[in-house]
Design a protein around this ligand. Structure first.
Ligand SMILES: C[S@@+](CC[C@H](N)C(=O)[O-])C[C@H]1O[C@@H](n2cnc3c(N)ncnc32)[C@H](O)[C@@H]1O
Length: 238
């Protein structure tokens, strides 16, 4: 689903309700860039990654950026927000706080005064196709570098976590992805950046050749419909 389409979906669900104090619970250039265009009373973004800061400051100079870890009970202690945005965070948590994805929405609940908007990716189809191969290669390189992979979850499961965490789901929607050069290059560049961390330089060199061969094949084939993204709107239960 195109980034703009999912943000438009959130805006449509919000309608004329004022945005008020907004928290971007896993901030990045896309979500903060969108929130910067809305008329909010305040804008706060949380990330565990220090490297994001310079770019985020440029994108939304008015935002309060908090670098912290959601497993830390002191993070935003006692603070509430009218709207909390969870934009592609669930799948990223395993890389930063393994297993905490199962607690994350419960952790957020005390911070949500009214609404929570969530965007996520369904687990990639294991269909043996070219895009599947690219994702598996990316994950293999992440693991050989000693890092942890993203782990995506289906919409129904995330909805059940929301309900268990005292949210009521208002609406949700799933959209097939059309993936082209941006996706192919993005995933293979992640794989390539991991190569210097391999223990075996010979394996790294042969992996580099494989990455570029797969890139050439995938780019020649052009955009393909593969996998899907979803959006969920929920309210905090009284
Ligand atoms: C894939 S990025 C989200 C994309 C982002 N919304 C955008 O517009 O590009 C995941 C975000 O969640 C944050 N995150 C993931 N796990 C976290 C954790 N345990 N504590 C705090 N932040 C976390 C990452 O640091 C990052 O800012």
């Amino acid at each position: 689903m195109a980034t703009d389409a999912l943000f438009s979906w959130f805006e449509k669900v919000q309608g004329t309700i004022p945005w008020g104090d907004v928290l971007d619970a896993g901030t990045g250039d896309h979500s903060l860039g969108w929130l910067h265009t809305l008329s909010t009373r305040s804008l706060t973004g949380v990330t565990v990654e220090a490297w994001r800061e310079n770019s985020l400051r440029r994108i939304a100079p008015e935002a309060r950026l908090v670098q912290g870890q959601w497993t830390d009970p002191a993070l935003l202690w006692g603070q509430q927000f009218d709207v909390v945005v969870v934009d592609y965070v669930i799948g990223a948590i395993d890389g930063h706080a393994p297993y905490f994805q199962y607690e994350f929405l419960r952790r957020l609940r005390p911070h949500v005064r009214a609404r929570l908007y969530l965007a996520g990716m369904t687990p990639p189809p294991r269909d043996g196709g070219l895009l599947d191969e690219i994702c598996r290669l990316r994950d293999a390189c992440i693991l050989l570098a000693g890092h942890r992979c993203y782990r995506e979850y289906p919409r129904e499961l995330v909805i059940s976590w929301l309900e268990a965490a005292d949210f009521s789901v208002l609406d949700s929607s799933e959209h097939p992805n059309v993936l082209g050069a941006r996706f192919v290059n993005g995933q293979l560049d992640v794989a390539k950046r991991k190569l210097p961390l391999f223990k075996d330089p010979v394996l790294a060199a042969s992996m580099a050749t494989h990455i570029e061969a797969l890139r050439a094949t995938a780019l020649a084939r052009g955009p393909q419909t593969w996998g899907s993204d979803y959006v969920i709107a929920a309210t905090a239960r009284d």
